[in-house]
Design a protein around this ligand. Structure first.
Ligand code: LLP
Length: 426
């Protein structure tokens, strides 16, 4: 699952003691394990190898340049959703021919930036966008390729309503029953060829069946179009593969591939995958220091120096992130990560941050060993949509980011300063 482990009562990131890093960086800090990141990428690549896919890591999940460079070094392409993410991909040395660009509201300048870079594919989300890109290509004397994002209207149980996307009533893509007409009409375009189909049904999708259902529907649509002479040669199956939050609850890359590969193996399609979370989530932890503890009615609060501005997932999605002390001492090493087993002496606490919102919490009603002022805690499975969604709310400088490789580590984004808070203000 990851390369964070307890040895003699201390948490290690690969071969490096977490508290040695924190002594130098302070808290809060995101710590990433390069080995975990790379292993998750490799497992995905190996599992789907029979399809020879282009794996476009979804930058939105964790976009630090050091992370992107490591993945580019393994041959990863990138899924971007803004001009800023395209900029990050290119800065990290990403090959433009491995970049796909999604998003419902690509602006003209973002489209121009993508044309300048000569990216692989635009994932198209509406008629208006399709014809706008065709128009811009015409003005510039360029051609480009597009894939239509189709909503297959499949059930994806277990996905939070805020991250569900494959249903009809979503702002993303077009309904599958309108898709054939879209392709027919798009055949008139002179500069943008709509030769791909894009799916992204939600995030995370904790079982393989929704992918099977969605891909089966997409292949049916392709067959229907092929009979009319409209050829689709590229299928982008999106991301949404689950990661491990509570334990080993998620299907592995091999599980997803076992169901998906047979559907696509003999179709002769160019296959694209857009995994984000399944690569970066388990590769990162957020380390925070306990500032105070206090009682409130019947509740016991642990007030940490990380808050919703650092990790908003619990506040936004009621997400569960396993939390454990960084230096619990030998006896208190968790039996296994995510275990709901309690050890004698554990206390039921809410772990909260200092932000002025009652929704600012990292964990609710959680059994943890007794914590006191100054103790370090680690919030696990925080590599995806952790730092990436962090903000400066309450004028809190953003956390440092650290990348560990074995016994070596380096700060890959320094902690922001008060001056960073006002740097862009005129
Ligand atoms: N492709 C597209 C078109 C997407 O919209 C997304 C995620 C991905 C790929 C990558 O999905 P992943 O493999 O990471 O699940 N902030 C939420 C997740 C939002 C996902 C948005 N789209 C969270 O923290 O759970």
């Amino acid at each position: 699952m990851d390369d964070f482990s307890y040895i003699d009562g201390k948490l290690y990131a690969e071969g490096t003691a977490v508290d040695d890093i924190i002594t130098q960086t302070g808290t809060p800090a995101y710590i990433y394990s390069r080995n975990t990141l790379e292993n998750h990428y490799r497992r995905t690549a190996e599992a789907f190898a029979p399809l020879r896919p282009i794996i476009c890591y979804s930058i939105k999940s964790c976009g630090n340049l050091a992370i992107l460079r490591a993945l580019a070094g393994l041959g990863s392409g990138f899924d971007v959703v803004s001009g800023g993410e395209l900029f990050r991909a290119l800065q990290a040395g990403g090959d433009p021919k491995g970049i796909v660009f999604a998003g419902v509201g690509k602006t003209d300048s973002e489209i121009n930036e993508a044309l300048d870079a000569d990216i692989l594919l635009f994932n198209i989300e509406s008629e208006a966008e399709f014809w706008n890109i065709d128009r811009i290509c015409g003005l510039r004397g360029k051609t480009a390729r597009g894939a239509l994002r189709v909503n297959p209207d499949v059930a994806s149980a277990g996905t939070h309503v805020k991250t569900l996307t494959g249903k009809k009533e979503t702002k993303f893509g077009v309904d599958i029953d309108r898709a054939a007409a879209f392709y027919r009409d798009a055949a008139r375009a002179r500069h943008l060829s709509l030769s791909g189909l894009h799916l992204h049904i939600g995030s995370p999708i904790k079982s393989v069946q929704p992918y099977v259902d969605a891909i089966t529907k997409a292949l049916g649509l392709m067959d229907e179009l092929a009979r009319e002479g409209i050829v689709i040669d590229t299928l982008d199956i999106g991301g949404g593969f689950a990661a491990f939050y509570e334990g080993n609850e998620a299907p592995s890359a091999a599980d997803y591939a076992a169901a998906i590969v047979p559907l696509l193996r003999d179709r002769g399609l160019k296959i694209i995958l857009e995994p984000g979370r399944s690569i970066s989530c388990n590769a990162g932890i957020l380390v925070s220091r306990v500032t105070y503890t206090k009682q409130g009615g019947s509740k016991q609060f642990v007030i940490a120096d990380a808050a919703m501005n650092d990790l908003i997932r619990p506040t936004l999605y009621e997400s569960y992130h396993f939390i454990w002390p960084v230096n619990p001492g030998g006896a208190l090493t968790p039996p296994h990560r995510g275990s709901s087993l309690r050890t004698a002496g554990d206390q039921k606490v809410d772990v909260v941050g200092p932000v002025c919102e009652s929704g600012d919490y990292l964990a609710k009603d959680r059994y943890l060993p007794p914590l006191k002022r100054g103790d370090l805690i680690a919030v696990f499975s925080a590599g995806a949509y952790g730092f990436a969604m962090s903000s400066q709310y309450n004028a809190r400088p953003r956390a440092a980011e650290v990348l560990v490789s074995g016994r070596e580590w380096r700060v890959v984004r320094r902690r922001e300063t008060y001056h960073d808070l006002i740097a862009a203000e005129l």
